[in-house]
Design a protein. Structure first.
Ligand code: SF4
Length: 299
């Protein structure tokens, strides 16, 4: 799927193939966007430029923050330590309940104010007393080359790499990405295909494949997160099936963090979209209560 034509210069990347019609197909995630020269994929940050695909956000960040690692959330990886968090812009899913709309749906590259190359980020983590760096705020997989290079720079100075992601990837990209990640929090957004298709325009099976792969084929520590949205994915039977699957396929030692949905985190600039699509922003789902962890509040 190609969604936009715009300025597309950037860092040349891999994980693409050429189609018979000359378009380049991105093979990072199951969307397999087929892009003519000058077009961007649905994530908006991978683009066809000249004779290759490029990552338009390499070396650019939407912001940095030192967080407690439990905020990622990771409760069993370097517990009690600070982590340097950063993200870029765009996303390869279209979740109507996104809590980071301003970043994940950004079409304004000016949102990306900070320029930082991998070695700079690794040094900044050390200077800030952080033992790890998190790729977070928007989905890591769409800027995987930037994340991988940053992970390598971090490892060179003894800093760990952490991915916060929805796990929506294809096999080859997934293998190379998780080979460099020390820990990950992977969203398991619901446990029905219907939920993923209607609310995220994604596929549940691809996410389950990622969780299985990372748990059984890598040394990356994994925790999972599910955002509970009233009436959408919180049916007790569905949650039992989700929990049973995690215990059976990922192992009973795998933590799941359940979060409570808050429509207050839906950005007002998307009100026009909400009027067009009453499900968008899901404003009626929580009575506008502030966001709060269901099981544990930090600290
Ligand atoms: S990573 Fe982006 S460009 Fe590539 S297939 Fe997914 S949405 Fe499309």
């Amino acid at each position: 799927m190609a969604t936009a034509t715009a300025h597309t210069s950037g860092h040349p990347v891999g994980y693409w193939s050429r189609r018979d019609d000359g378009r380049l197909q991105c093979d990072v995630c199951p969307r397999e966007c087929a892009l003519a020269d000058g077009q961007r994929g649905l994530c908006f940050v991978r683009a066809h430029h000249g004779d290759t695909l490029v990552l338009t956000t390499y070396g650019r960040s939407s912001g940095f923050c030192v967080d407690p690692i439990e905020k990622k959330p990771l409760n069993h990886f370097l517990p009690g330590s600070p982590i340097l968090s950063f993200g870029t812009a765009g996303c390869n899913l279209t979740c109507k309940f996104c809590q980071n709309h301003d970043i994940s749906k950004s079409r304004e590259m000016d949102t990306l104010m900070d320029r930082a190359m991998p070695e700079t980020i690794a040094r900044a983590a050390l200077t800030a007393g952080c033992r790890s760096v998190a790729f977070t705020y928007n989905d890591t997989v769409i800027f995987m080359e930037y994340a991988i290079d940053t992970a390598k720079a971090c490892h060179a100075v003894g800093v760990k790499a952490v991915a916060v992601t929805a796990g929506y990837m294809k096999a080859a990209a997934r293998r190379d990405f998780y080979a460099l990640m020390d820990a990950a929090n992977i969203d398991l957004k619901g446990f029905t295909q219907d939920f993923y298709r209607k609310l995220c325009t994604g596929e549940l099976d691809a996410v389950l494949d990622t969780i299985r792969y990372v748990k059984h084929e890598t040394s990356c520590w994994v925790e999972l997160t599910t955002l509970l949205i009233p009436g959408q994915n919180d049916d007790p039977e569905e949650l039992k099936r989700l929990s049973d699957w995690v215990a059976r396929e990922a192992g009973p030692e795998t933590p799941i963090h359940f979060f409570r949905f808050s429509s207050r985190l839906q950005d007002d600039r998307y009100s026009a979209n909400a009027a067009r699509d009453p499900v968008s922003r899901l404003r009626d789902r929580d009575g506008g209560r502030p966001a709060q962890r269901v099981l544990r509040q930090y600290p």
